[in-house]
Write a protein that binds this ligand. Sequence first.
Ligand SMILES: [Zn+2]
Length: 505
Amino acid sequence: MTERSALVPVVSYARISADTKRDGHGVKDQHKVNRETAARHGWTVVHQFTDNDKSAAKLDVVRDAFEDMLKALKAGKLPDGTEIRGVVVVADDRLARRPGDYERFLDAFTHNEDFVFADAKQEIDLYNEDAETMGLIGVVFSKKEVRRIARRTRQGHRRRAEQGIPVGGHRPFGWKWDRVTLEPAEAELIRSAAQQFIAGRSLGSIANEWRRNGVLTPRGNLWITKTIKAMLGHARNCGWRELHGELVRDESGNPVVGTWQPIITPEQWMTIRALLDARKGKRLDNNGAIVGVLPQDYRDHRYLLTGILRCGREKEGGGICNKLLRVKTYNGRRPWGYVCESPAAGGCSGVGRRGDLVDFFISELVISKMEEAQFAEAEQDGEWSNAEEYENAKERLEVMTRQWEEGKVSNEHYFRMLPRLEKAVSRLRAEEARFKASAERRHARSRIDVAEIRRRWYLPEEEGGLPLSQKRAHIREALHAVIVHPSGKGRKPFNPDLLEPIWRE
Ligand SMILES: [Zn+2]
Protein backbone atom coordinates (compact mmCIF):
# COMPACT_ATOMS: atom_id res chain seq x y z
CA MET A 1 0.00 0.00 0.00
CA THR A 2 2.53 2.58 1.09
CA GLU A 3 4.69 2.17 -1.99
CA ARG A 4 1.60 3.17 -3.97
CA SER A 5 1.58 6.59 -2.35
CA ALA A 6 4.68 7.59 -4.30
CA LEU A 7 3.67 8.98 -7.73
CA VAL A 8 3.41 6.08 -10.16
CA PRO A 9 4.99 6.90 -13.54
CA VAL A 10 2.54 6.24 -16.40
CA VAL A 11 2.26 7.03 -20.10
CA SER A 12 -0.61 8.86 -21.74
CA TYR A 13 -1.88 7.48 -25.06
CA ALA A 14 -4.03 9.52 -27.46
CA ARG A 15 -5.39 8.77 -30.88
CA ILE A 16 -7.42 10.73 -33.37
CA SER A 17 -9.40 8.13 -35.23
CA ALA A 18 -10.61 8.16 -38.79
CA ASP A 19 -14.06 7.81 -37.34
CA THR A 20 -14.48 11.49 -36.57
CA LYS A 21 -18.08 11.09 -35.50
CA ARG A 22 -17.02 9.49 -32.27
CA ASP A 23 -14.13 11.83 -31.61
CA GLY A 24 -15.18 14.14 -28.85
CA HIS A 25 -11.58 14.95 -28.09
CA GLY A 26 -8.68 16.29 -30.01
CA VAL A 27 -5.27 14.85 -29.21
CA LYS A 28 -4.42 17.71 -26.88
CA ASP A 29 -7.67 17.30 -25.01
CA GLN A 30 -7.13 13.59 -24.67
CA HIS A 31 -3.71 14.11 -23.11
CA LYS A 32 -5.11 16.76 -20.81
CA VAL A 33 -7.88 14.42 -19.64
CA ASN A 34 -5.29 11.68 -19.18
CA ARG A 35 -3.08 13.90 -17.01
CA GLU A 36 -6.07 14.73 -14.83
CA THR A 37 -7.00 11.06 -14.63
CA ALA A 38 -3.45 10.18 -13.62
CA ALA A 39 -3.39 12.89 -10.97
CA ARG A 40 -6.65 11.64 -9.50
CA HIS A 41 -5.14 8.20 -8.97
CA GLY A 42 -1.85 9.51 -7.61
CA TRP A 43 0.05 8.77 -10.81
CA THR A 44 2.10 11.06 -13.00
CA VAL A 45 2.37 11.13 -16.79
CA VAL A 46 6.02 10.80 -17.83
CA HIS A 47 5.45 10.48 -21.60
CA GLN A 48 2.75 11.07 -24.21
CA PHE A 49 2.21 8.73 -27.15
CA THR A 50 0.14 10.15 -30.00
CA ASP A 51 -1.30 8.57 -33.15
CA ASN A 52 -3.30 10.18 -35.88
CA ASP A 53 -5.39 7.85 -38.01
CA LYS A 54 -7.38 10.63 -39.54
CA SER A 55 -5.59 10.67 -42.85
CA ALA A 56 -5.54 6.93 -42.99
CA ALA A 57 -8.89 5.37 -43.66
CA LYS A 58 -6.95 2.53 -45.21
CA LEU A 59 -6.63 -0.47 -42.98
CA ASP A 60 -2.93 -0.98 -43.50
CA VAL A 61 -1.92 2.07 -41.53
CA VAL A 62 0.89 1.46 -39.10
CA ARG A 63 0.44 3.25 -35.84
CA ASP A 64 4.00 4.05 -34.87
CA ALA A 65 3.34 5.53 -31.47
CA PHE A 66 1.14 2.56 -30.56
CA GLU A 67 3.95 0.17 -31.52
CA ASP A 68 6.48 2.26 -29.58
CA MET A 69 4.23 2.19 -26.55
CA LEU A 70 3.96 -1.61 -26.69
CA LYS A 71 7.75 -1.89 -26.76
CA ALA A 72 8.06 0.48 -23.82
CA LEU A 73 5.43 -1.42 -21.84
CA LYS A 74 7.22 -4.72 -22.39
CA ALA A 75 10.50 -3.21 -21.34
CA GLY A 76 8.94 -1.39 -18.40
CA LYS A 77 10.80 1.74 -19.45
CA LEU A 78 11.06 4.37 -22.16
CA PRO A 79 14.01 4.32 -24.61
CA ASP A 80 15.71 6.97 -22.46
CA GLY A 81 15.51 4.67 -19.44
CA THR A 82 12.62 6.39 -17.62
CA GLU A 83 10.66 3.80 -15.67
CA ILE A 84 6.97 3.37 -16.56
CA ARG A 85 4.36 1.40 -14.68
CA GLY A 86 1.09 2.03 -16.39
CA VAL A 87 -1.10 3.58 -19.09
CA VAL A 88 -3.86 6.15 -19.16
CA VAL A 89 -6.29 6.60 -22.09
CA VAL A 90 -9.53 8.51 -22.47
CA ALA A 91 -11.50 5.37 -23.30
CA ASP A 92 -10.49 1.84 -24.13
CA ASP A 93 -11.71 2.19 -27.72
CA ARG A 94 -8.59 4.31 -28.30
CA LEU A 95 -6.52 1.17 -28.00
CA ALA A 96 -7.87 -1.00 -30.74
CA ARG A 97 -8.07 0.02 -34.38
CA ARG A 98 -7.60 -3.37 -35.93
CA PRO A 99 -8.29 -6.92 -34.76
CA GLY A 100 -5.41 -8.04 -32.61
CA ASP A 101 -4.36 -4.57 -31.43
CA TYR A 102 -6.03 -4.91 -28.09
CA GLU A 103 -4.68 -8.38 -27.61
CA ARG A 104 -1.15 -7.19 -28.30
CA PHE A 105 -1.66 -4.28 -25.95
CA LEU A 106 -2.81 -6.58 -23.14
CA ASP A 107 0.08 -8.88 -23.84
CA ALA A 108 2.62 -6.07 -23.55
CA PHE A 109 0.88 -4.61 -20.52
CA THR A 110 0.61 -7.83 -18.54
CA HIS A 111 4.22 -8.66 -19.35
CA ASN A 112 4.97 -6.99 -16.03
CA GLU A 113 3.36 -7.42 -12.63
CA ASP A 114 1.48 -4.62 -10.95
CA PHE A 115 1.07 -2.17 -13.80
CA VAL A 116 -1.84 0.26 -13.56
CA PHE A 117 -4.40 1.26 -16.17
CA ALA A 118 -7.22 3.79 -16.18
CA ASP A 119 -9.56 5.47 -18.58
CA ALA A 120 -11.32 8.74 -17.88
CA LYS A 121 -14.03 6.93 -15.90
CA GLN A 122 -12.19 4.50 -13.69
CA GLU A 123 -9.15 2.44 -12.91
CA ILE A 124 -9.36 -0.95 -14.55
CA ASP A 125 -7.55 -4.08 -13.51
CA LEU A 126 -6.20 -5.46 -16.76
CA TYR A 127 -4.92 -8.56 -14.98
CA ASN A 128 -8.52 -9.33 -14.27
CA GLU A 129 -9.93 -11.86 -16.69
CA ASP A 130 -12.85 -9.56 -17.30
CA ALA A 131 -10.49 -7.21 -19.07
CA GLU A 132 -10.31 -9.64 -21.94
CA THR A 133 -13.76 -8.65 -23.05
CA MET A 134 -13.11 -4.95 -22.96
CA GLY A 135 -11.38 -5.08 -26.30
CA LEU A 136 -13.45 -3.56 -29.04
CA ILE A 137 -12.73 -6.35 -31.40
CA GLY A 138 -12.66 -10.03 -30.61
CA VAL A 139 -9.66 -11.00 -28.59
CA VAL A 140 -8.54 -14.53 -29.04
CA PHE A 141 -6.33 -15.78 -26.27
CA SER A 142 -4.15 -18.82 -26.37
CA LYS A 143 -4.87 -21.38 -23.69
CA LYS A 144 -1.60 -20.53 -22.04
CA GLU A 145 -2.60 -16.89 -21.97
CA VAL A 146 -5.94 -17.69 -20.40
CA ARG A 147 -4.28 -19.69 -17.64
CA ARG A 148 -1.81 -16.92 -17.00
CA ILE A 149 -4.57 -14.35 -16.78
CA ALA A 150 -6.70 -16.57 -14.59
CA ARG A 151 -3.81 -16.84 -12.14
CA ARG A 152 -3.34 -13.11 -12.17
CA THR A 153 -7.04 -12.57 -11.74
CA ARG A 154 -6.89 -14.42 -8.48
CA GLN A 155 -3.87 -12.37 -7.43
CA GLY A 156 -5.58 -9.20 -8.59
CA HIS A 157 -8.73 -9.97 -6.68
CA ARG A 158 -6.77 -10.65 -3.54
CA ARG A 159 -4.81 -7.45 -3.95
CA ARG A 160 -8.05 -5.53 -4.43
CA ALA A 161 -9.69 -7.25 -1.51
CA GLU A 162 -6.71 -6.32 0.64
CA GLN A 163 -7.02 -2.71 -0.44
CA GLY A 164 -10.80 -2.78 -0.17
CA ILE A 165 -11.23 -1.54 -3.72
CA PRO A 166 -14.31 -2.65 -5.63
CA VAL A 167 -13.73 -3.40 -9.29
CA GLY A 168 -15.43 -1.08 -11.70
CA GLY A 169 -17.98 1.63 -10.99
CA HIS A 170 -21.21 0.23 -9.65
CA ARG A 171 -22.27 -3.35 -9.59
CA PRO A 172 -24.68 -4.72 -12.22
CA PHE A 173 -27.90 -6.16 -10.78
CA GLY A 174 -27.49 -9.93 -10.62
CA TRP A 175 -23.77 -9.99 -9.85
CA LYS A 176 -21.54 -9.46 -6.85
CA TRP A 177 -19.06 -6.59 -6.65
CA ASP A 178 -16.49 -8.53 -8.64
CA ARG A 179 -18.95 -8.26 -11.57
CA VAL A 180 -18.24 -11.93 -12.35
CA THR A 181 -19.85 -14.03 -9.63
CA LEU A 182 -23.64 -14.27 -9.45
CA GLU A 183 -25.65 -12.75 -6.62
CA PRO A 184 -27.92 -15.80 -6.40
CA ALA A 185 -31.18 -14.18 -5.27
CA GLU A 186 -30.95 -11.39 -7.85
CA ALA A 187 -29.90 -13.77 -10.62
CA GLU A 188 -32.99 -15.86 -9.89
CA LEU A 189 -35.18 -12.75 -10.11
CA ILE A 190 -33.70 -11.89 -13.52
CA ARG A 191 -34.09 -15.44 -14.75
CA SER A 192 -37.73 -15.65 -13.82
CA ALA A 193 -38.53 -12.10 -15.01
CA ALA A 194 -36.95 -12.93 -18.37
CA GLN A 195 -38.99 -16.11 -18.74
CA GLN A 196 -42.20 -14.37 -17.77
CA PHE A 197 -41.57 -11.41 -20.06
CA ILE A 198 -40.97 -13.78 -22.98
CA ALA A 199 -44.16 -15.59 -22.07
CA GLY A 200 -46.06 -12.33 -22.25
CA ARG A 201 -46.01 -10.74 -18.80
CA SER A 202 -45.82 -6.94 -18.84
CA LEU A 203 -42.79 -5.04 -17.57
CA GLY A 204 -45.04 -2.92 -15.39
CA SER A 205 -46.44 -5.90 -13.56
CA ILE A 206 -42.91 -7.26 -12.95
CA ALA A 207 -41.92 -3.86 -11.55
CA ASN A 208 -45.01 -3.89 -9.30
CA GLU A 209 -44.15 -7.27 -7.91
CA TRP A 210 -40.52 -6.33 -7.23
CA ARG A 211 -41.61 -3.14 -5.49
CA ARG A 212 -44.10 -5.08 -3.39
CA ASN A 213 -41.32 -7.44 -2.35
CA GLY A 214 -38.92 -4.60 -1.57
CA VAL A 215 -36.37 -5.55 -4.25
CA LEU A 216 -33.86 -2.70 -4.75
CA THR A 217 -31.56 -1.71 -7.59
CA PRO A 218 -27.80 -1.80 -6.86
CA ARG A 219 -28.05 1.93 -6.19
CA GLY A 220 -30.74 1.34 -3.63
CA ASN A 221 -33.77 2.53 -5.59
CA LEU A 222 -37.10 0.85 -6.10
CA TRP A 223 -37.66 -0.69 -9.53
CA ILE A 224 -39.87 1.00 -12.11
CA THR A 225 -40.95 -0.18 -15.55
CA LYS A 226 -38.17 1.77 -17.24
CA THR A 227 -35.38 0.31 -15.13
CA ILE A 228 -36.75 -3.23 -15.47
CA LYS A 229 -36.82 -2.74 -19.25
CA ALA A 230 -33.23 -1.46 -19.34
CA MET A 231 -32.02 -4.23 -17.06
CA LEU A 232 -33.67 -7.05 -19.05
CA GLY A 233 -32.27 -5.58 -22.27
CA HIS A 234 -28.63 -5.90 -21.19
CA ALA A 235 -26.65 -8.45 -23.22
CA ARG A 236 -24.55 -9.01 -20.09
CA ASN A 237 -27.41 -11.17 -18.77
CA CYS A 238 -26.62 -13.85 -21.36
CA GLY A 239 -22.87 -13.41 -21.09
CA TRP A 240 -22.32 -11.27 -24.17
CA ARG A 241 -20.21 -8.16 -24.24
CA GLU A 242 -21.86 -4.89 -25.24
CA LEU A 243 -20.31 -1.53 -25.96
CA HIS A 244 -22.27 1.67 -26.53
CA GLY A 245 -25.43 -0.43 -26.86
CA GLU A 246 -24.00 -2.63 -29.64
CA LEU A 247 -22.85 -6.21 -29.36
CA VAL A 248 -19.11 -6.66 -29.56
CA ARG A 249 -18.35 -9.17 -32.30
CA ASP A 250 -15.25 -11.09 -33.26
CA GLU A 251 -13.81 -11.24 -36.75
CA SER A 252 -16.32 -13.82 -37.94
CA GLY A 253 -19.18 -11.74 -36.62
CA ASN A 254 -19.91 -13.87 -33.57
CA PRO A 255 -20.67 -12.11 -30.29
CA VAL A 256 -17.75 -11.89 -27.90
CA VAL A 257 -18.49 -13.84 -24.73
CA GLY A 258 -17.64 -12.23 -21.41
CA THR A 259 -15.97 -14.03 -18.55
CA TRP A 260 -18.76 -13.42 -16.07
CA GLN A 261 -21.37 -16.07 -15.27
CA PRO A 262 -24.43 -15.69 -17.52
CA ILE A 263 -27.96 -15.73 -16.11
CA ILE A 264 -30.08 -16.45 -19.17
CA THR A 265 -29.34 -18.06 -22.53
CA PRO A 266 -28.37 -16.01 -25.61
CA GLU A 267 -31.61 -17.23 -27.25
CA GLN A 268 -33.64 -15.84 -24.39
CA TRP A 269 -31.80 -12.54 -24.53
CA MET A 270 -32.27 -12.25 -28.29
CA THR A 271 -35.96 -12.91 -27.84
CA ILE A 272 -36.24 -10.20 -25.19
CA ARG A 273 -34.33 -7.77 -27.35
CA ALA A 274 -36.46 -8.59 -30.39
CA LEU A 275 -39.60 -8.08 -28.32
CA LEU A 276 -38.39 -4.78 -26.89
CA ASP A 277 -37.23 -3.46 -30.26
CA ALA A 278 -40.32 -4.54 -32.08
CA ARG A 279 -42.58 -3.10 -29.42
CA LYS A 280 -41.74 0.45 -30.19
CA GLY A 281 -45.29 1.30 -31.18
CA LYS A 282 -45.99 -2.06 -32.81
CA ARG A 283 -48.22 -5.05 -32.27
CA LEU A 284 -46.68 -8.54 -32.37
CA ASP A 285 -48.00 -11.91 -33.34
CA ASN A 286 -47.26 -14.97 -31.25
CA ASN A 287 -43.91 -15.54 -32.92
CA GLY A 288 -42.81 -12.06 -32.06
CA ALA A 289 -43.28 -10.81 -35.62
CA ILE A 290 -44.76 -7.37 -36.11
CA VAL A 291 -48.30 -7.46 -37.41
CA GLY A 292 -49.41 -3.88 -37.03
CA VAL A 293 -49.61 -0.78 -34.95
CA LEU A 294 -50.73 -1.10 -31.35
CA PRO A 295 -54.25 0.04 -30.64
CA GLN A 296 -54.50 3.20 -28.56
CA ASP A 297 -55.50 1.42 -25.39
CA TYR A 298 -52.85 -1.28 -25.38
CA ARG A 299 -51.35 -0.28 -22.05
CA ASP A 300 -54.11 -0.15 -19.55
CA HIS A 301 -56.33 -3.14 -19.77
CA ARG A 302 -58.34 -3.58 -16.64
CA TYR A 303 -60.53 -6.29 -18.13
CA LEU A 304 -59.59 -9.67 -19.49
CA LEU A 305 -61.23 -9.56 -22.90
CA THR A 306 -61.37 -5.98 -24.16
CA GLY A 307 -59.89 -5.86 -27.63
CA ILE A 308 -60.79 -9.55 -28.15
CA LEU A 309 -64.58 -9.64 -28.09
CA ARG A 310 -66.43 -8.44 -31.20
CA CYS A 311 -70.08 -7.86 -31.90
CA GLY A 312 -71.66 -10.64 -33.98
CA ARG A 313 -74.99 -9.01 -34.79
CA GLU A 314 -75.93 -9.23 -38.44
CA LYS A 315 -76.14 -5.99 -40.33
CA GLU A 316 -79.05 -5.26 -42.59
CA GLY A 317 -77.04 -5.36 -45.77
CA GLY A 318 -75.36 -8.63 -44.73
CA GLY A 319 -72.18 -9.28 -42.80
CA ILE A 320 -71.81 -8.61 -39.07
CA CYS A 321 -71.30 -5.47 -36.97
CA ASN A 322 -67.86 -6.67 -35.85
CA LYS A 323 -67.23 -3.71 -33.48
CA LEU A 324 -65.03 -4.36 -30.45
CA LEU A 325 -67.17 -4.70 -27.34
CA ARG A 326 -66.74 -2.21 -24.51
CA VAL A 327 -67.09 -2.70 -20.77
CA LYS A 328 -70.18 -1.28 -19.14
CA THR A 329 -70.72 -1.09 -15.39
CA TYR A 330 -74.03 -0.45 -13.64
CA ASN A 331 -72.93 0.90 -10.25
CA GLY A 332 -73.58 -2.44 -8.60
CA ARG A 333 -77.23 -2.52 -9.70
CA ARG A 334 -76.45 -5.47 -11.90
CA PRO A 335 -73.26 -7.32 -12.92
CA TRP A 336 -70.90 -5.52 -15.30
CA GLY A 337 -70.94 -6.56 -18.93
CA TYR A 338 -69.31 -6.39 -22.35
CA VAL A 339 -71.53 -4.45 -24.74
CA CYS A 340 -71.60 -3.15 -28.27
CA GLU A 341 -71.82 0.61 -27.90
CA SER A 342 -74.73 2.74 -29.02
CA PRO A 343 -74.97 3.79 -32.68
CA ALA A 344 -74.00 7.29 -31.53
CA ALA A 345 -70.66 5.84 -30.40
CA GLY A 346 -70.23 3.83 -33.58
CA GLY A 347 -71.72 0.51 -32.44
CA CYS A 348 -75.08 -1.15 -32.93
CA SER A 349 -75.99 -1.70 -29.24
CA GLY A 350 -77.26 -5.08 -30.39
CA VAL A 351 -75.13 -7.25 -28.09
CA GLY A 352 -74.42 -7.34 -24.36
CA ARG A 353 -73.25 -10.17 -22.14
CA ARG A 354 -72.38 -10.64 -18.47
CA GLY A 355 -68.64 -9.96 -18.12
CA ASP A 356 -67.77 -12.41 -15.37
CA LEU A 357 -69.39 -15.33 -17.19
CA VAL A 358 -67.75 -14.51 -20.53
CA ASP A 359 -64.36 -14.15 -18.80
CA PHE A 360 -64.76 -17.52 -17.11
CA PHE A 361 -65.93 -19.34 -20.21
CA ILE A 362 -63.21 -17.95 -22.50
CA SER A 363 -60.55 -18.59 -19.83
CA GLU A 364 -61.59 -22.25 -19.68
CA LEU A 365 -61.51 -22.53 -23.47
CA VAL A 366 -58.02 -21.04 -23.69
CA ILE A 367 -56.57 -23.04 -20.80
CA SER A 368 -57.85 -26.33 -22.24
CA LYS A 369 -56.47 -25.38 -25.64
CA MET A 370 -53.06 -24.74 -24.00
CA GLU A 371 -53.24 -28.12 -22.26
CA GLU A 372 -53.83 -29.83 -25.60
CA ALA A 373 -51.13 -27.82 -27.31
CA GLN A 374 -48.50 -28.50 -24.66
CA PHE A 375 -47.95 -32.04 -25.89
CA ALA A 376 -47.91 -31.15 -29.55
CA GLU A 377 -45.70 -28.07 -29.23
CA ALA A 378 -42.82 -29.67 -27.38
CA GLU A 379 -42.32 -31.92 -30.40
CA GLN A 380 -41.84 -29.52 -33.25
CA ASP A 381 -38.52 -27.77 -33.57
CA GLY A 382 -37.25 -27.26 -37.07
CA GLU A 383 -33.77 -26.38 -38.25
CA TRP A 384 -33.08 -22.97 -39.70
CA SER A 385 -33.11 -23.56 -43.43
CA ASN A 386 -30.37 -21.05 -44.26
CA ALA A 387 -27.76 -22.25 -41.76
CA GLU A 388 -25.52 -23.58 -44.51
CA GLU A 389 -25.78 -20.43 -46.58
CA TYR A 390 -24.81 -18.40 -43.50
CA GLU A 391 -21.74 -20.58 -42.86
CA ASN A 392 -20.75 -20.27 -46.53
CA ALA A 393 -21.12 -16.51 -46.50
CA LYS A 394 -18.96 -16.21 -43.39
CA GLU A 395 -16.40 -18.52 -44.91
CA ARG A 396 -16.28 -16.55 -48.18
CA LEU A 397 -15.68 -13.37 -46.21
CA GLU A 398 -12.92 -14.99 -44.17
CA VAL A 399 -11.20 -16.54 -47.16
CA MET A 400 -11.35 -13.30 -49.10
CA THR A 401 -9.92 -11.36 -46.17
CA ARG A 402 -7.15 -13.89 -45.68
CA GLN A 403 -6.25 -13.81 -49.36
CA TRP A 404 -6.20 -10.05 -49.28
CA GLU A 405 -3.98 -10.04 -46.21
CA GLU A 406 -1.62 -12.44 -47.97
CA GLY A 407 -1.54 -10.15 -50.96
CA LYS A 408 -3.23 -12.64 -53.29
CA VAL A 409 -6.15 -10.32 -53.96
CA SER A 410 -5.82 -6.71 -54.99
CA ASN A 411 -7.04 -3.87 -52.80
CA GLU A 412 -9.45 -2.83 -55.49
CA HIS A 413 -11.03 -6.24 -55.84
CA TYR A 414 -11.21 -6.76 -52.10
CA PHE A 415 -12.85 -3.45 -51.29
CA ARG A 416 -15.28 -3.82 -54.15
CA MET A 417 -16.37 -7.25 -52.89
CA LEU A 418 -16.30 -6.42 -49.18
CA PRO A 419 -19.60 -4.50 -48.80
CA ARG A 420 -21.54 -7.21 -50.60
CA LEU A 421 -20.04 -10.02 -48.53
CA GLU A 422 -20.54 -8.13 -45.30
CA LYS A 423 -24.10 -7.34 -46.20
CA ALA A 424 -24.89 -10.97 -46.92
CA VAL A 425 -23.38 -12.05 -43.60
CA SER A 426 -25.28 -9.46 -41.60
CA ARG A 427 -28.56 -10.16 -43.35
CA LEU A 428 -28.24 -13.88 -42.59
CA ARG A 429 -27.12 -13.18 -39.05
CA ALA A 430 -30.26 -11.13 -38.47
CA GLU A 431 -32.38 -13.83 -40.02
CA GLU A 432 -30.82 -16.46 -37.78
CA ALA A 433 -31.47 -14.31 -34.73
CA ARG A 434 -35.13 -13.98 -35.67
CA PHE A 435 -35.42 -17.71 -36.23
CA LYS A 436 -33.85 -18.48 -32.89
CA ALA A 437 -36.06 -15.94 -31.17
CA SER A 438 -39.17 -17.52 -32.52
CA ALA A 439 -38.01 -21.04 -31.61
CA GLU A 440 -37.19 -19.76 -28.15
CA ARG A 441 -40.71 -18.43 -27.71
CA ARG A 442 -42.10 -21.81 -28.69
CA HIS A 443 -39.84 -23.44 -26.12
CA ALA A 444 -40.67 -20.90 -23.46
CA ARG A 445 -44.33 -21.62 -23.97
CA SER A 446 -43.95 -25.36 -23.84
CA ARG A 447 -41.70 -25.15 -20.77
CA ILE A 448 -44.38 -23.37 -18.85
CA ASP A 449 -46.37 -25.88 -16.95
CA VAL A 450 -49.94 -25.39 -18.01
CA ALA A 451 -51.16 -26.99 -14.81
CA GLU A 452 -49.44 -24.17 -12.95
CA ILE A 453 -51.12 -21.62 -15.21
CA ARG A 454 -54.48 -23.15 -14.52
CA ARG A 455 -53.86 -23.05 -10.78
CA ARG A 456 -52.80 -19.40 -10.82
CA TRP A 457 -55.37 -18.20 -13.35
CA TYR A 458 -58.18 -17.54 -10.89
CA LEU A 459 -56.08 -16.47 -7.87
CA PRO A 460 -55.73 -12.79 -6.98
CA GLU A 461 -52.35 -11.39 -7.98
CA GLU A 462 -51.39 -10.73 -4.34
CA GLU A 463 -51.74 -14.44 -3.64
CA GLY A 464 -49.50 -15.48 -6.52
CA GLY A 465 -52.17 -15.28 -9.20
CA LEU A 466 -51.25 -14.50 -12.79
CA PRO A 467 -51.18 -10.78 -13.59
CA LEU A 468 -53.92 -9.61 -15.94
CA SER A 469 -51.37 -8.70 -18.63
CA GLN A 470 -50.05 -12.26 -18.66
CA LYS A 471 -53.49 -13.81 -18.89
CA ARG A 472 -54.31 -11.42 -21.73
CA ALA A 473 -51.10 -12.47 -23.47
CA HIS A 474 -52.07 -16.14 -23.21
CA ILE A 475 -55.49 -15.37 -24.62
CA ARG A 476 -54.04 -13.30 -27.46
CA GLU A 477 -51.65 -16.08 -28.33
CA ALA A 478 -54.53 -18.52 -28.58
CA LEU A 479 -57.23 -16.40 -30.12
CA HIS A 480 -57.61 -13.81 -32.84
CA ALA A 481 -61.00 -12.78 -31.54
CA VAL A 482 -64.25 -14.01 -30.07
CA ILE A 483 -67.46 -13.17 -31.91
CA VAL A 484 -70.34 -12.58 -29.51
CA HIS A 485 -73.64 -13.41 -31.20
CA PRO A 486 -76.85 -11.76 -30.07
CA SER A 487 -79.07 -13.77 -27.76
CA GLY A 488 -82.38 -12.39 -28.95
CA LYS A 489 -84.78 -10.06 -27.24
CA GLY A 490 -85.13 -9.85 -23.47
CA ARG A 491 -82.98 -11.42 -20.74
CA LYS A 492 -81.90 -14.93 -21.62
CA PRO A 493 -79.80 -17.41 -19.61
CA PHE A 494 -76.09 -17.30 -20.49
CA ASN A 495 -75.46 -19.49 -23.52
CA PRO A 496 -71.79 -20.25 -24.23
CA ASP A 497 -72.65 -21.47 -27.73
CA LEU A 498 -73.20 -17.86 -28.72
CA LEU A 499 -69.50 -17.14 -28.14
CA GLU A 500 -67.59 -18.07 -31.27
CA PRO A 501 -63.81 -18.28 -30.75
CA ILE A 502 -61.57 -17.54 -33.74
CA TRP A 503 -58.46 -19.55 -32.97
CA ARG A 504 -54.98 -18.81 -34.17
CA GLU A 505 -53.45 -21.80 -35.90
ZN1 LIG B 1 -72.69 -4.30 -32.74
